[in-house]
Design a protein around this ligand. Structure first.
Ligand SMILES: [Zn+2]
Length: 278
């Protein structure tokens, strides 16, 4: 699933292709992708120009003439550009037609993607964006903030880092990387983490995400930002999906397990779970 660096890569890629373009028509072929009424979505978006783009958490935010269009790629959502009239593949579920007869098509094999229109001026203070926690690079993301959010969380830190209402944008891959670099066991309960460990998590979250953003994200089977656009961060992953199964720090075998249903890679020697204080 695309995480913050991949969503930023998609945003930058699309910006080059669609900024300033007017949407003259829109066709939705799979209703469940649209939050709200499909025909209202199709009608409302017609005639609006794409004026600016940004990201919030894992959402793409398109500022249109009147509304903000929010798109969540979820598992495998991606965009393809086609000439008007070119045959539509069965996985292209939403088609945006531009004035120049070019089409931007939302391609989503798993059909988990989501799109919605929100009043532009209130986009950050309305659902779903107002439910998100701080971005990784927000100066408000501090040790105090995390310790406060974690104090009642008895879940493993692996699961808690995926909670978008605390830090927005971390997904399964970067979660493993951040914990490995921090020498923290993914099983460690969030409420047992110390201030020093919170400091390490903030520091390593910034290091991992910034580097991944610079490299255009991670290209994995389910992610490709747009045709022909591939990230390179997969070559930098220290622990998640590591092919030889050997920890790059201590040389012992990496463990692969599931935590909260999510595939988790960790080194049982470098990331030792601390016993809870009595
Ligand atoms: Zn190790």
């Amino acid at each position: 699933m695309p995480e913050k660096p991949e969503v930023i890569t998609v945003c930058k890629t699309l910006e080059k292709q669609i900024l300033g373009k007017k949407i003259v028509d829109c066709h939705v072929y799979w209703d469940n992708i649209i939050v709200g009424k499909t025909n209202e979505f199709e009608e409302k978006i017609k005639g609006q120009t794409i004026e600016a783009m940004t990201t919030r958490g894992k959402w793409l935010v398109f500022f249109l003439s009147q509304d903000a269009l929010l798109i969540h790629l979820r598992m495998e959502g991606r965009f393809y550009f086609r000439k008007m009239g070119e045959e539509r593949s069965k996985h292209e579920h939403v088609v945006f037609v531009f004035e120049n007869q070019e089409e931007m098509r939302f391609h989503d094999v798993r059909k988990f993607g989501k799109m919605m229109l929100v009043p532009k001026q209130d986009v950050f203070s309305l659902r779903p964006l107002n439910e998100l926690g701080y971005e990784f690079d927000d100066p408000m993301l501090t040790e105090e903030y995390l310790l406060d959010k974690w104090q009642k969380k008895r879940l493993p830190i692996k699961s808690v880092l995926l909670d978008q209402s605390i830090i927005a944008g971390i997904g399964n891959i970067y979660d493993d990387e951040i914990l490995f670099l921090s020498h923290i066991s993914p099983f460690q309960r969030a409420n047992t983490l110390t201030r020093e460990e919170a400091t390490l998590i903030i520091k390593n979250t910034r290091i991992v995400l910034e580097k991944a953003i610079q490299m255009g994200g991670t290209t994995i089977k389910s992610f490709e930002s747009s045709e022909g656009v591939h990230g390179l961060f997969q070559n930098e992953l220290a622990i998640h999906g590591r092919k030889n199964g050997i920890c790059p720090v201590c040389g012992n075998r990496i463990e692969v397990t599931k935590i909260g249903g999510r595939g988790t890679y960790y080194c049982p020697f470098c990331q030792i779970e601390k016993k809870e204080a009595a």
